[in-house]
Design a protein around this ligand. Structure first.
Ligand SMILES: Cc1cc2nc3c(=O)[nH]c(=O)nc-3n(C[C@H](O)[C@H](O)[C@H](O)COP(=O)(O)O)c2cc1C
Length: 282
């Protein structure tokens, strides 16, 4: 039995979900979106999973590209788990559309309600002490269902969200490449390069012991929340100031704001491109 899970994760919720599911299904190889899809294709996998956060009512753009470039065994049991806070939008439909071009289909889709990860917009919510145990239960439940190869219809975008998608999300997606112009470091930066190593998009290079962002950022905040000295700061970029939307107005990163990442996912976990998980006895 060969199980493969592909994941994108910025603040660890999705990686924690992928790891938990892998344990429950009797073990799996986990590949980060940072891998070259042609090198990690699922030609002969029996079970294939996609685990990622919802961004802007969809899946992160780099994960879309990654899945599009994968070879998929269409006869495999294929599942998708999306972590999110409120609105799933077209996340599952996006993956189903990519798979159907390869003659494959989602057998199982589940959304997991998690702690909000966008610390450049708002403090983490709901409270971690309530959410982490709840998230663990949901992740285990998803793993148990997937282990039984249950069929589960994936959540669809509501007609309310569908009607508003372009109007609400279009402006953000149009300026997304400007987002990382808001990042800079203060004098706490020690040039350790953790930010570059945890970035799922390989968007950061270290130049003269300082990070440089290369405008392929989805705003996942891995660099911000895993910086060991909290040196990464954020100032709303001009393109976002000009949007004048509610979210663009609240963008900021106060010194005292908690920089949430999943408590069980450390920087070293996000730095790995490949992780082999074995069966859980719990
Ligand atoms: C840039 C950004 C956009 C987001 N957009 C949405 C969204 O449209 N809907 C939603 O429910 N959650 C949204 N979230 C919340 C994340 O989906 C959620 O916190 C997720 O669990 C983060 O996963 P990770 O810890 O694996 O990065 C967004 C978070 C970020 C950072």
């Amino acid at each position: 039995m060969k199980n493969i899970i592909y994941y994108f994760s910025g603040t660890g919720n999705s990686l924690r979900a992928a790891e938990t599911i892998a344990e429950k299904i009797g073990g799996a190889v986990l590949y980060s979106v940072r891998c070259d899809p042609e090198q990690v294709s699922a030609r002969d996998a029996d079970m294939i999973g996609f685990v990622c956060p919802v961004y802007e009512w969809d899946i992160p753009g780099s994960f879309k590209t990654f899945i599009s470039e994968l070879y998929i065994n269409p006869d495999a049991y294929i599942f998708m788990v999306a972590t999110h806070i409120a609105v799933l939008g077209r996340s599952f439909e996006t993956v189903e559309a990519i798979l159907s071009e390869k003659g494959a289909h989602l057998s199982y889709g589940r959304a997991l309600h998690c702690v909000a990860s966008q610390c450049t917009a708002y403090p983490p919510f709901p409270p971690e002490n309530l959410m982490i145990p709840y998230m663990e239960r949901q992740m285990k439940k998803a793993g148990e269902e997937i282990a039984q190869k249950k069929a589960r219809n994936y959540p669809r975008m509501s007609s309310f969200t569908r009607r508003r998608f372009q109007k609400v999300m279009g402006p953000y997606l149009a300026v997304e490449h400007e987002y990382d112009k808001g990042f800079y470091t203060n004098d706490r930066c020690i040039g350790c390069g953790t930010c570059a190593k945890v970035c799922p998009n390989r968007n950061i290079r270290i130049l003269n012991k300082r990070p440089v962002w290369n405008h392929h950022c989805h705003g996942c905040n891995a660099c911000v929340v895993y910086c060991p000295t909290k040196a990464i700061q954020f100032k709303t970029p001009k393109a976002y100031q000009e949007l004048g939307t509610f979210i663009s107005r609240i963008l900021c990163l106060p010194e005292k704001r908690k920089r949430y990442h999943h408590p069980l996912i450390k920087a070293k976990d996000l730095m790995r491109d490949k992780t082999e998980i074995s069966h859980s006895t719990q």
